[in-house]
Design a protein around this ligand. Structure first.
Ligand code: F6R
Length: 612
């Protein structure tokens, strides 16, 4: 939710801090701030609004400092003001702290610290940590890491905290609990950040931190301990992507770049997944064939766009593997008494691997005896680390807040799981699995084809910029696609948008149709259950009430009566979401641009939602 970066080295800290924050701005962009460490004095600057506001302030003379911390905020406690921006300071102005997450017991802490004479400047939960650390540092003889270990023992909630003190400005101390923090190892310099993207230009060597581990950086050392001060051996790994993946590469927005990266993302997620003998290769699953045969049900847990991928999983896995699948919003799951046990496979889908709702649901599932498989796009993030097994999607870094390529690869991942289970449970034979896999293999070229012919859709979108509401209709696997189209439009264009199952229209939503209301309908591929004809009837029903209908239909299908038809290549009906989603992403993108909205950083949102 917030982006955090820390640097200590021999060069000026300002470049790695600001460049790091720019790379992390997707995590929150309500305010930004830095603290630079110089002997005996901290230089602190913070501003409400985007990082650019802070940068324009920084044009003035800066102290030459070789260490510092920086923060970009998604507000939780206290509005997005200069005063509530991080870093927060102790009363001497010598200790600065930045925070991602929530300190649940901050009211008690604040009362206790105020009673001791501390004066608070902000409404945030974070500031209580600055005052607490300040006191504990004194009783720890100036040892900031020891103070951090003690402080964390009295904090409740989820957090990453990073602190610096003017008396030892080259020392940067961090800790994480249920919130991300990674260390970057340089030569004569070291980094810490919420995401490796912040320091990828400086080093490819990273160290992951476990829960409740405290890390102390100097330019030449990295020490990790648990909360009792016991040393922990750093777990180093190499970052496999380069910084060009985190740049716009000539596109006007990250979202557009990521939409255009989808053919490659889908192809990469499929690579190596079919063996020479025609079986799906999913070694990551770590379930024996017997365990797979004994599974009684699957529960998919996810939020937002990832939840829509979960809905598609239900159609595919039930059809192919003949095993019941429930799909549940992760944020709801643990607040009832879900019927799960060791015969349940839980699939937790998350691009970031840090979504707190999904993480908490995963823990609840494990505590109730279920096996958990994570489908995730971010290496070494918390959800895959806590799951029993992980299937990584290979979408590459997704920077735009609105998810696009990660969604398509999540859908591919659940198709692979469905085919694998079908094969092991003996529902499908090799040739059936191979036939579907071959169709999957054709999807990248088909997405490419859609993207090559997308200009008329972009022009068409601009006809609807002044509409107040857009409705999306789908049936079967087209229903989650309709929900996804509506979600993209809401979050990017700030328009009222809703997705419906076509058959539900007559049960209420049709009352929303007015003269000129744009309705985007996804015509089901194939004729199974006569669903295509039923959707054509739905189209007539909304047209009769004045709607303007845009239909997403596969090549060759007749669409009588639609104002506009957007063609997508033919595919198997169950695979159609991969193709039908792409024009809807483009529609939302174009609408946001036409309405002058910030495409990559829509208002009120953040990429990685690390609070419940
Ligand atoms: C919408 C979007 C969100 C995320 C949701 C889950 O475009 O990106 O709805 O899908 O916050 O995030 P992850 O997949 O990181 O768990």
């Amino acid at each position: 939710m917030c982006g955090i970066v820390g640097y200590t080295g021999s060069q000026s800290a300002i470049a790695p801090l600001i460049e790091g924050l720019r790379r992390l701005e997707y995590r929150g962009y309500d305010s930004a701030g830095i603290a630079l460490g110089t002997p005996g004095k901290l230089f602190v600057q913070k501003r409400a609004g985007k990082l650019s506001n802070l940068e324009s302030e920084l044009i003035q003379t800066l102290p030459s400092a070789t260490s510092g911390i920086g923060h970009t905020r998604w507000a939780t406690h206290g509005g997005p003001t200069d005063r509530n921006a991080h870093p927060h300071l102790d009363n001497e102005g010598k200790l600065a702290v930045i925070h991602n997450g929530i300190i649940e017991n901050y009211t008690e802490l604040r009362a206790m610290l105020e009673a001791r004479g501390h004066k608070f400047e902000s409404e945030t939960d974070t500031e209580s940590v600055a005052h607490l650390l300040s006191d504990l540092r004194k009783t720890s003889h100036g040892d900031l890491a020891a103070a951090m270990r003690e402080a964390v023992k009295s904090l409740r909630g989820s957090f990453t905290l990073v602190a610096i003190h003017a008396d030892q400005p080259e020392v940067v101390v961090g800790v994480r609990r249920n919130s991300p923090l990674v260390v970057g190892l340089g030569v004569g310099e070291n980094f810490m950040a919420s995401d490796v993207a912040a320091f990828i230009d400086y080093t490819k060597r990273a160290v992951e931190l476990g829960q409740n581990e405290v890390v102390t950086l100097t330019p030449t050392s990295v020490e990790i301990t648990d909360l009792d001060g016991n040393a922990i051996t750093p777990r180093e790994y190499s970052i496999t992507w380069d910084s060009s993946a985190a740049q716009k590469g000539g596109f006007s927005h990250f979202m557009l770049k990521e939409i255009f990266e989808q053919p490659k993302a889908v192809a990469d997620t499929l690579i190596g997944r079919l063996s020479g003998s025609g079986d799906i290769v999913l070694d990551e699953l770590t379930l024996s064939d017997n365990e797979i045969r004994e599974l009684k049900k699957i529960v998919v847990l996810a939020c937002g766009t990832a939840y829509h991928a979960g809905m598609i999983a239900k159609y595919a896995i039930e059809k192919w593997a003949k095993i019941p699948v429930e799909v549940e919003l992760a944020s709801e799951f643990r607040y009832r008494d879900p019927l799960i046990d060791s015969s349940t496979l839980v699939i937790a889908i998350s691009q970031s691997g840090e979504t707190m709702d999904t993480l908490m649901a995963l823990r609840h599932a494990k505590a109730n005896g279920a096996r958990v498989l994570a489908v995730c796009n971010t290496n070494s993030s918390t959800i895959p680390r806590e799951a029993d097994a992980v299937l990584y999607t290979h979408a590459g870094p997704e920077i735009a807040v609105a998810s696009t390529k990660a969604f398509l690869t999540q859908v591919i991942a659940v198709y692979l799981i469905g085919l694998h289970l079908a094969r092991i449970r003996g529902v499908m034979d090799r040739s059936e699995v191979k036939a579907i896999f071959d169709e999957l293999g054709e999807l990248p070229a088909k997405i490419e084809q859609i993207l090559e012919t997308v200009e008329p859709l972009r022009a068409l979108t601009r006809n609807y910029t002044n509409s107040t509401s857009v409705l999306f209709l789908g049936r079967n696997v087209g229903f989650p696609v309709a929900l996804e189209g509506a979600l993209k439009l809401k979050e990017l264009a700030y328009m009222h948008a809703e997705g419906f199952a076509g058959g539900e229209l007559k049960h209420g939503p049709i009352a929303l149709i007015e003269s000129g209301t744009p309705v985007i309908a996804i015509l089901p591929a194939g004729h199974e259950h006569g669903l295509d004809e039923k959707m054509l009837s739905n189209i007539q029903e909304v047209k009769a009430r004045g709607a303007h209908v845009i239909v997403i239909a596969q090549e060759g299908d007749e669409v009588p009566g639609a104002e506009h038809v957007i063609r997508i290549p033919k595919s198997l009906p169950l695979l159609q979401p991969i193709l039908a989603t792409v024009p809807l992403q483009v529609f939302a993108y174009e609408m946001a641009v036409a309405r002058g909205n910030d495409v990559d950083q829509p208002r009120n949102l953040a990429k990685s939602v690390t609070v419940e």
